[in-house]
Design a protein around this ligand. Structure first.
Ligand code: GLN
Length: 198
């Protein structure tokens, strides 16, 4: 059984936990650094990136999560979680973790269209389109050479990306009953030794 942490400081962590449990994983709600030990993977959920960033620093989680991601632990960030993993973020009052080689603009769709749904073509998940739910989503503006784009909007904007052990989406896979992205993330943990166990 895979043991997956969900950063549970603020935002949509409960929904990620439900998706992971539905796929047979054990879930650890992470609020303290010691809870990172023994994990096979970690999810940073959507929410408010400024708030999550502040709480991560307050609870001493920012450095251990950054180190753990850099050592190769599979980490998935959704929406605010993707913002926090990024190297460059416009209008964030703190430093993001900086492990994912992308540049993002927060709340870039503006107040007129701040939430929308789109059927996404994600070849890595099969031919069925994936229901993309976007809520005050960021826009990924720059993508580094090591980053693979897994899905784009019709206008070409990347919305799902992978860089080795790091997976990121600007939408909310935890808000649909389609578990394929979480299943894909669990698959990324095959062959990776749990954190803190060598
Ligand atoms: N707008 C939020 C932020 O910038 C992200 C929204 C979300 O996670 N749904 O942090």
């Amino acid at each position: 059984m895979k043991r997956v942490g969900v950063l549970a400081l603020q935002g949509a962590f409960v929904e990620h936990a439900i998706s992971l449990r539905a796929l047979g994983a054990e879930v650890v709600e992470v609020r303290q650094p010691r809870q990172l030990a023994g994990l096979d993977g970690l999810i940073i959920p959507g929410g408010e990136s400024t708030t999550i960033a502040r709480l991560m620093e307050l609870y001493g989680l920012a450095s251990p999560i950054r180190d753990t991601a850099a050592r190769g632990l599979p980490v998935m960030g959704t929406c605010a979680g993707l913002i926090l993993l990024a190297r460059r973020v416009s209008t964030l009052d703190r430093k993001p973790l900086g492990v994912l080689d992308i540049g993002v603009v927060r709340n870039a769709y503006g107040s007129q269209v701040d939430s929308f749904e789109a059927e996404l073509d994600v070849p890595a998940l099969g031919i069925e389109p994936f229901p993309g739910i976007f809520i005050r989503a960021p826009v990924i503006g720059e993508v580094g050479p090591a980053v693979e784009v897994m899905a784009r909007l019709e206008n070409g904007a990347p919305v799902a990306i992978q860089q080795g052990n790091l997976l990121g989406t600007t939408f909310h896979p935890e808000l649909t009953a389609d578990r394929r992205l979480h299943a894909y993330f669990l698959g990324m943990m095959d062959g990776h030794s749990p954190e803190g166990n060598g």
